[in-house]
Design a protein around this ligand. Structure first.
Ligand code: SAM
Ligand code: SF4
Length: 456
């Protein structure tokens, strides 16, 4: 595979240079085209990435919001990360887990500890976990991930486990597929080769091509829900966002399935990080633009926002097209049971509890969703994309969001959130147009009140 053809740096630079010359009319035409929800070409996305004018940016934000509502409705999927290990043999300059950080309290959770963490997450109301670990051939190999996933599914009510881990061989990806992971997620960090080389000096992660082709191997192993992203701040965000879109398009052309999600992690301070100053700072304004560009360019791809961002900015970004958020997160192994700041990967920025977060989400008129139905009903990969593209996915997602939020309100919510949440649910039920779906949802809500769970 010629990876330099997939990510052609000269081509990306040229697109960005050309984009600077676009007229105001051209920009307006692109934004209007995006409203049709068919996405944008790289050339068009490059034009939007160059925009600095506040008025034009606002028009992009409004369009992003419109597209999000049209495709996803007002639901926001909620999850939490579970770190099973912070042991790592790589030395990514920006990460607290890097091998050269001798002060980090290292730990790999055993089976019982993984279950305890998952239960602590479940007790916050979560049903969906993102399993994360450092890369250590001996301690965090595919078996470690497989055993952890199995232990959680067997011993908790967690219904979907996504994984963010080091790239693997096809054989190892098959093991993950077999144990029933949801999305496999991996960030290229930066698509710019020279910067990648500097940031990842040693270990298996120093191999750019092995990382870039991870999703091809995952797909070959049968995993068709894939997540991508870059670590914003390492290199020029315009280059990296455009490269992310190009990688997404490559996967779509090659396998008929684009990535299920794009994440937007922005560089955070980390214990003994070798990076004292962000090399290419990404401002809040830039981050808003990035979310909007993704929403306009690949309308059917979910956008994931983590607690790396502040509460204020997160609340704003929810309006611009984000479709999944983490909440109540800890970034150290064992962090939900006992928070050890000297074991964390990076500092989080939104310390609100799940309940506080959900109250805000609901107050903004969004519908929190703990739904995991698609993956368990085999609506993944191509099947999911086809439903999404016909805008039918909403018919499943909306009622399922209502049902899972109802479970949360009954089992975990504080009195205040319950009150606000019930009002929201009433409004949401009345929004269901299809008479049959509405009756079925009301009936299921009754069953949930009577003690049944996990109806979809
Ligand atoms: N170790 C595996 C790897 O590097 O692919 C998997 C998980 S790693 C713990 C998850 C992600 O955290 C990385 O891909 C990187 O983008 C992000 N990350 C690392 N250090 C960070 C920092 N200081 N601030 C924000 N995100 C960071
Ligand atoms: Fe290890 Fe991943 Fe951190 Fe790099 S980003 S040091 S591979 S945990």
């Amino acid at each position: 595979m010629n990876t330099r053809k997939i990510i052609n740096e000269d081509n990306i630079n040229q697109l960005l240079e050309e984009a600077k010359k676009a007229s105001k009319d051209k920009v307006e035409t692109i934004i209007n085209k995006a409203k049709d929800c068919f996405g944008l070409t790289f050339k068009e996305a490059a034009v939007l990435l160059q925009i600095e004018d506040e008025e034009v940016l606002n028009s992009m934000f409004e369009t992003a919001k419109y597209i999000k509502e049209k495709i996803y409705g007002n639901r926001i999927v909620v999850f939490a990360p579970l770190y099973t290990s912070n042991e790592c043999t790589n030395n990514c300059l920006y990460c607290g887990f890097r091998a050269a950080n001798k002060e980090l309290h290292r730990k790999t959770l055993n089976r019982d500890e993984v279950i305890d963490e998952a239960k602590a997450i479940e007790n916050q109301g979560h049903k969906r976990i993102l399993l994360v670990c450092g890369e250590d051939e001996k301690k965090t190999d595919a078996e470690h991930i497989v055993d952890s996933v199995k232990a959680i599914y067997d011993n908790t009510d967690i219904r979907r486990i996504n994984v963010n881990s080091a790239p693997m061989t096809v054989e190892d990806f098959k093991k993950l597929k077999k144990v029933g992971i949801g999305t496999y997620q991996i960030f290229q960090e930066t698509y710019h080769r020279d910067t990648y080389k500097v940031m990842h000096p040693i270990g298996s992660k120093s191999n750019y091509d092995w990382r870039l082709t991870a999703l091809d191997r995952a797909f070959e192993a049968g995993i068709d829900d894939l997540g991508i992203g870059v670590l914003l701040g390492l290199y020029d965000y315009k280059f990296d966002v455009l490269a992310t879109l190009i990688h997404s398009n490559y996967l779509d052309n090659q396998y008929n399935v684009g990535p299920h999600t794009i994440s937007i992690p922005r560089l955070r301070p980390a214990l003994n990080s070798a990076i004292k100053e962000v090399p290419y700072p990404v401002s809040d304004k830039d981050l808003r633009k990035i979310v909007a560009v993704y929403r306009l360019a690949v309308p059917y791809t979910g956008i994931i926002l983590s607690t790396r961002e502040s509460a204020k900015l997160r609340d704003e970004l929810l309006e611009l097209g984000v479709s999944q958020i983490s909440a109540g997160s800890k970034t150290s192994p064992g962090g939900y049971e006992e928070d050890d700041r000297e074991a964390t990967q990076f500092e989080t920025n939104d310390e609100r509890s799940v309940d506080q977060m959900l109250r805000v989400v609901a107050k903004q008129g969004h519908l929190p969703s703990f739904c995991t139905a698609c993956y368990r009903a085999n609506r993944t990969g191509k099947a999911f994309m086809e439903l999404a593209k016909d805008a039918h996915i909403h018919e499943f997602c909306h009622p399922n969001a209502i049902l899972t939020f109802k479970e949360y309100l009954l089992d975990y919510a504080t009195a205040e959130t319950k009150e606000d949440g019930e009002k929201l649910l009433e409004r949401e039920i009345n929004k269901i147009d299809d008479k049959k779906i509405k009756e079925e949802t009301v009936e299921r809500l009754k069953k949930i009140e009577d003690g049944e769970r996990d109806l979809y």
